[in-house]
Structure formats: structure tokens, C-alpha cells
Design a protein around this ligand. Structure first.
Ligand code: MN
Length: 335
């Protein structure tokens, strides 16, 4: 096995490995989103029901709008409480990410553990850090892959298992509208409703229960929207000052990037967010260009229509110019 080898496994092998382990730790990327938390939550409950010792340890807390999922299941990493757990587990499962740098302060404990390491994820271009990868870039969400894994392992879809997967599907498909919202996605959603998920209540918990400060922040962000290349590209910027003036933080800008695309004639957009001395750039495309490639130029990646990067050594104005130029240059010529 070379350093760069990625060993891809199918959902059936993934289920077999999960069921063969006893002490399992699930983890997700920094600033975990609905798919990361929902997928962990579903797998946690499915494996617990099969008698496994399972813990969820993340580098950041779940965002407030996902707190309706039982938060007691989700632990925030600190080296004193968790390094021994990570070192002594049989299996570490990296969920909804494929690059070890995305667990930041947990990276060392994850790397140095003798446990077998598995990735379950749907992002492009997995990086070599795990033993096996249940990597399905065509899947809408990690939750969709979890559904296939549970089906292959004949694991029961109890209410919490269904709720976790539904949260993942709902959030990563942009409420069933992004590409990869396939007939299969809707069939899975139907099965989850049959298992007792309430779609109205779930949507309201996630998207209709924001604190007012978030709307105040959105007002500032929208007021500063920039248009480039004749309105085919938009940029949104979120500064540290906006966060401090409104009492908000990075979790309040989840999904804001999609607003830059919700305008007639816009083909691609980016949102730049100042956060802990870095700038997080989220890209979205309507389909004409692959923003995965553009995010790659800034040291990130993701999917063809949705990607991101974190930039450390540029200020906001310079980065805005560079991002606008990269997006405009990538646009197809107008006929
Ligand atoms: Mn995802």
C-alpha cells in the first residue's frame, strides 16, 4: 500500500466492518452541518441498537439549530477527556469529510490512534489518511450513504436513526432542490417519514427558528453584495465586525452563500467569511462552471456545484478581487 492509495469499499463491506467492531468513535468536520451531525446521529443510534459501544466526538459543538437532536449524544473534543478514547477504540469513523486537516485540533489524536480508520463521505478527491473509504461522490449526502450502509447491514431504522438521516438529506439537498436530489433521495425520504419523521416539525426546527440577530446579520451582508462580470457573478462578504455588531458567529451564515445565486442571471457566487484570523470562502455554481476546481486553486475543494476553501494569508479586499477574477475567468463565453 502506497502513501497515496485510497481503498474504496462498498456499503456492504462498510456495514460488515462496522458490525465487526465493538468500540467505535464517530467524528465529523469542523463547524459540523446538518449532514455531518445527522449522519453521525443516525449511525450512533443504529450501532448502539446492535450493542456497540459508540461515541460521537467532534472538534466543534453542533450549531444551535440542530440542538433538537439529543445533544447529550454529541461530545466536543478535548484532549484530556478523549485522547485515550481515540487511542483505544477499534474503529474511528470520519463522517462527511475526506481530508484529515478538517478535524483541526483532533488531527494528531486521530492520526496517532492504532484504531482502524474508515471514511464515510460524498466529497470529491479523498486524501490518504484512512484505511478504507466508503466514498460515494455521486451521493446527495453522507446520510444517503448511511442509508445504504444500514440497509446492507440489515440495521433497524428506529425513530432517531430515521431523524438523523432525514436531517442530513434535507440540509445537504437544500430542502430537496440541489442537483443529486434523485428519485432515490425521495424514496429514502419516504421511508424515513414512514419510520416516524415529521417533515414539518423537522424543517421548522432547522430553518424557521432563527434568533433575530441572524436576520440583522443577513441585512448587513446583503447590503454589501457585489456584482461582477455583468451580473454573472456575485460576492458576499461577512466581516468579523459584522459578527461582533450583531452578536453572531460563523454558524449563523450557514446557507447564506445560496442567496448569492438566487438572482436572475447569476451563474456563480462566493461568500467570504472572516473567522478566527482566516477567511472561509464558499463557492456555488448554477452548473456552467465547476467551483470544485476554483476552490482547489485556493487550497480547498468539494463538489462541482458547491465547494469551499480556507485562506490564511490574504486580506478581505485582496481575496475578494482574486475570487471574483477566478470566477469571471472560468465563465463560459457568452454566445
Ligand atoms: Mn455532506
Amino acid at each position: 500500500m502506497t502513501d497515496t492509495h485510497i481503498d474504496i469499499i462498498d456499503p456492504a463491506s462498510c456495514a460488515r466492518e462496522l458490525l465487526a467492531a465493538q468500540h467505535i468513535v464517530l467524528t465529523a468536520h469542523t463547524n459540523p452541518d446538518g449532514d455531518a451531525i445527522g449522519s453521525e446521529y443516525a449511525l450512533f443510534h443504529a450501532l448502539r441498537a446492535r450493542g456497540k459501544d459508540v461515541r460521537i466526538v467532534n472538534c466543534d459543538a453542533a450549531p444551535e439549530n440542530l440542538s433538537f437532536l439529543d445533544e447529550a449524544a454529541i461530545e466536543v473534543y478535548d484532549s484530556e477527556s478523549h485522547d485515550a478514547l481515540l487511542a483505544e477504540a477499534d474503529l474511528l469513523v470520519a463522517m462527511d469529510f475526506n481530508d484529515i486537516r478538517r478535524v483541526r485540533q483532533m488531527e494528531e489524536a486521530f492520526r496517532s490512534s492504532r484504531a482502524r480508520k474508515m471514511v464515510i463521505d460524498h466529497h470529491l478527491d479523498p486524501k490518504p489518511f484512512a484505511d478504507v473509504y466508503c466514498s460515494v461522490p455521486d451521493a446527495s449526502s453522507t446520510a444517503e450513504i448511511i442509508y445504504d450502509v444500514l440497509a446492507a447491514g440489515e440495521m433497524e431504522i428506529t425513530h432517531p436513526v430515521a431523524l438523523g438521516m432525514y436531517v442530513g438529506l434535507l440540509t445537504d439537498t437544500g430542502s430537496f432542490r440541489f442537483d443529486r436530489t434523485t428519485p432515490k433521495v425521495h424514496r429514502i425520504a419516504a421511508r424515513l417519514l414512514e419510520a416516524g419523521v415529521d417533515p414539518t416539525a423537522t424543517y421548522q426546527c432547522i430553518f424557521d427558528d432563527y434568533p433575530i440577530r441572524r436576520t440583522q446579520l443577513l441585512g448587513m451582508i446583503m447590503a454589501g453584495m457585489e456584482q461582477h462580470c455583468g451580473g454573472r457573478v456575485t460576492l458576499l462578504a461577512v466581516t468579523g465586525e459584522m459578527f461582533s455588531r450583531t452578536g453572531t458567529n460563523i454558524e449563523d451564515v450557514e446557507n447564506v452563500v445560496n442567496m448569492g445565486l438566487a438572482i436572475r442571471g447569476v451563474e456563480a457566487t462566493a461568500t467570504l467569511t472572516e473567522f478566527e484570523g482566516q477567511i472561509k470562502v464558499s463557492f456555488r455554481s448554477r452548473g456552467g462552471i465547476s467551483v470544485n476546481d476554483i476552490a482547489g486553486r485556493f487550497g480547498g475543494g468539494g463538489h462541482r456545484l458547491a465547494a469551499g476553501a480556507t485562506v490564511e494569508d490574504m486580506d478581505m479586499q485582496d481575496l475578494k478581487r482574486a475570487v471574483a477574477a477566478a470566477l469571471c475567468e472560468a465563465l463560459p463565453a457568452v454566445a
